[in-house]
Design a protein around this ligand. Structure first.
Ligand code: GMT
Length: 374
């Protein structure tokens, strides 16, 4: 099949899922064309059947708000026509679904018929998408998609609640990881750099948006370190990073926290961690938690959104109510308290991650593609 994938090229989960999906499809022999405004960060190679098409937005002074959606639509028309694509798969509804709809109509007027799939990822529905100014367009674009998928049951439910006029049947296809990419051997020298005296290593990876509640990560860590010698690694960047680093500098245990910024392949640092902290206000899925579990790292998370579909309470980690840092710290300590318990949770986390191996999830997308192409 010849598939066009539209995504955000950034470190966010939707771009990561789209890129990993495209790479896996290409490996299976499909031809995949990524269309975005810069190369997706996880697109670390191109091959005979993996292509990238850049959407460039004109900076004409009249445009206070550059019309990205229009140039994306035009690019889609161009790529579908000249690369003879069979279907488009757009990740994140805003503005990709409406751009795909526009492209589809333009192509239809030229006698070319192409289906498009919209995959809903989370904030396009739960945060950004709830803004009433987006509602009519998102509802329309979802209803006009040839197929719609959501990354969790929770997100599917939220879509019908937040967008009451959405009539489309939504199929849940969970996010995935490619377990083969997780090289779990080694790392002991690297671990010594961050935990020189054998301390436990806690880690948080996110885009440092308010929804991630990174200050709760620091509060949990403070409670844990008072009971068990530990260090904290923060990975990622975003609007809250400055505030968090300021908070850390004011704390007496500032030296126990390292903020590393963005890392393209987080598994390189996850493999040395003992515990992953994800105290988010909401997560449609929590890909970062799954990446941690694939690295044999148990997860302390909230129980909001789709997290209960990913983290198994008492098995791969624990879940608490949003903001209950006391409970999250208590659970963290119970996992870290001795090697036998920690090793059991590490092994469980890996077992849980296996449920989301790409080998199980990829055929779901392929079947959907086949159905639409007919
Ligand atoms: O978490 C973010 O803020 C980024 C966002 C995105 O669109 O890239 O992530 C969302 O999609 C991920 C991939 O499907 C999910 O794993 C995340 O849970 C989801 N984020 C939220 O729902 C807050």
């Amino acid at each position: 099949m010849k598939i066009g994938i539209v995504c955000y090229p950034t470190f966010g989960g939707s771009g990561v899922v789209a890129t990993e999906l495209g790479k896996a499809l290409a490996e299976k022999g499909h031809q995949v064309h990524f269309i975005s405004y810069s190369p997706p960060v996880r697109l670390d190679f191109l091959s005979g059947n993996l292509f990238y098409h850049e959407v460039s937005v004109s900076d004409y002074p009249l445009f206070d708000y550059p019309p990205y959606e229009l140039v994306l639509s035009s690019k889609l028309v161009d790529v579908v026509k000249y690369e003879k694509l069979d279907l488009l798969h757009v990740h994140y509804a805003i503005p990709h679904a409406s751009a795909a709809y526009m492209a589809k109509q333009i192509l239809a007027s030229q006698g070319i018929h192409i289906p498009f799939i919209t995959t809903l990822h989370g904030t396009d529905i739960t945060l950004v998408g709830k803004d009433p100014s987006f509602e009519p367009v998102i509802t329309f674009a979802i209803n006009q998609s040839d197929a719609v998928t959501a990354v969790s049951e929770s997100l599917k439910k939220d879509t019908y609640i937040n967008f009451p006029h959405v009539k489309k049947d939504i199929q849940v296809i969970p996010n995935f990881i490619c377990l083969n990419d997780y090289n779990l051997d080694g790392g002991s020298c690297q671990k010594k750099m961050y935990a020189p005296n054998g301390e436990r290593l806690l880690i948080h990876v996110s885009n440092f948006r308010k929804v991630k509640r990174v200050e709760d990560v620091v509060l949990i860590f403070d409670k844990v370190r008072k009971v068990i010698p530990s260090k904290l690694i923060l990975v990622g960047d975003g609007p809250e990073r400055g505030n968090i680093e300021k908070l850390c500098r004011e704390l007496s245990f500032c030296d126990d926290i390292k903020s590393l910024g963005k890392i393209v392949n987080p598994e390189q640092i996850l493999r040395i961690a003992d515990l992953f902290l994800l105290p988010s206000e909401t997560e449609s899925f929590g890909l970062a938690a799954l990446e941690a579990m694939a690295s044999k790292v148990p997860v302390i998370s909230t129980n909001s959104g789709g997290l209960p579909e990913v983290n198994s309470n008492g098995f791969s980690g624990y879940m608490s109510n949003v903001g209950d840092v006391d409970d999250m710290a208590k659970n963290a300590i119970s996992i870290l308290k001795d090697d036998a318990t920690l090793n059991q949770f590490k092994s469980n986390a890996f077992q849980q991650a296996k449920k989301f191996d790409i080998a199980k999830i990829l055929p779901m997308y392929e079947d959907l593609y086949k159905l639409l192409i007919g």
